[in-house]
Design a protein around this ligand. Structure first.
Ligand code: DX5
Ligand code: ZN
Length: 231
């Protein structure tokens, strides 16, 4: 079976003065998800957008909104984002005292639920909650900013998580998406796909291509084509 390739442009690198037009443009260009980075200047040293902005962009796209919470505490924001139209909500295990409870809260609010692992967060924290996960998001940069370089030690970690998910599915468990976030570009996405990712966040790569030949459509096509060459 051919592995899916999903491209999730991070609107962190979009033109915030024209967000409605930006998300419409990436959907028209073939984006599979809108990646929505929420930072609180506490869990990470940056401050971005919240449920009001999610609600504002919701009518502009029909693709799922993938909310990446870099906030602490997490739980109070979950019903707010679900109400604002989020489809996927992920959080960092360090930011919740009760990881299992937070995952249930996301699912009870009708969203897909996932854990985000920082570059140095061990994959063992997935062990006891695999049954509840719809996706795992592996950070390939330290969270907080767009435009950073991909950290190479993410690749062996990706392979390990891929093996964990495959074994889980083989034992009758549900499928779990494997998403990578940070420094994904046309020249490394094939390698990242080969290591096991199926969902790729790309912020500066996508939005930086606005004025390039082919624009958003061109870059998203290139990313998908490269990711598909995993042979
Ligand atoms: C970093 C964010 C990422 C980031 C990706 O904390 O979670 O989603 O915006 O941006 P690029 O693709 O530019 O590394
Ligand atoms: Zn993100």
């Amino acid at each position: 079976m051919k592995k899916p390739v999903r491209i999730a442009p991070s609107i962190l690198s979009a033109d915030f003065a024209n967000l409605g037009a930006e998300v419409r443009a990436i959907e028209a260009a073939g984006a599979d998800l809108v990646h929505f980075d929420v930072m609180d200047n506490h869990f990470v040293p940056n401050l971005t957008i919240g449920p009001l902005v999610c609600e504002a962009i919701r009518p502009h796209v029909s693709i799922p909104i993938d909310v990446h919470l870099m906030v602490e505490p997490v739980d109070a924001l979950i019903p707010m984002f679900a109400k604002a139209g989020a489809n996927i909500i992920t959080f960092h295990p360090e930011a919740s005292r009760h990881i299992d409870r937070t995952l249930s809260l996301i699912k009870d609010n009708g969203c897909m639920a996932g854990l985000v692992l920082n570059p140095a967060t061990p994959i063992e924290c997935l062990n006891h909650v695999l049954d509840k996960l719809d996706l795992v998001l592996l950070m390939s940069v330290n969270p907080g900013f767009g435009g950073q370089s991909f950290i190479p030690s993410t690749l062996p970690k990706l392979r390990q998580v891929r093996a964990l998910i495959d074994a889980h599915v083989q034992n009758g468990g549900q499928d779990i998406w494997l998403e990578v976030d940070g420094g994904v570009k046309t020249d490394n996405i094939a390698e990242i796909a080969r290591a096991g990712a199926d969902t790729f966040v790309a912020g500066s790569a996508v939005f930086g291509a606005k004025d390039a030949d082919g624009g958003y459509k061109g870059i998203i096509e290139q990313l998908k084509a490269q990711a598909a060459t995993i042979g």
